[in-house]
Design a protein around this ligand. Structure first.
Ligand SMILES: [Zn+2]
Length: 90
């Protein structure tokens, strides 16, 4: 399913960035393309299901819905930024 592959790609990307950073991800900001054929609440639902029981469970998801169908990434879910858990003590 198209939406399923968008979401698993996204989660894979987040997990990879978290591994590179060596820190736990606590939040992510996404931009949802106008032609991605998934609503923000539906995306959130899938995301929560897919991350349940993983290190990404409970992550704060912020979703901005794009309306420009001519955007180069209009069919994608774009990862804008990640927030990592602040390390306590240096
Ligand atoms: Zn669905």
């Amino acid at each position: 399913m198209h939406e399923q592959s968008l979401i698993s790609n996204l989660i894979e990307k987040i997990q990879q960035l978290a591994d590179n950073e060596g820190a736990r991800v606590v939040g992510a900001k996404l931009r949802l393309g106008a032609l991605a054929h998934i609503s923000a609440p539906h995306l959130r639902e899938h995301f929560e299901q897919a991350t349940f029981g993983t290190s990404l469970e409970g992550l704060q998801l912020e979703i901005e819905e794009l309306t420009d169908i001519h955007h180069a990434e209009a069919q994608d879910i774009i990862l804008e930024n990640l927030q990592f858990e602040a390390s306590d003590g240096q």
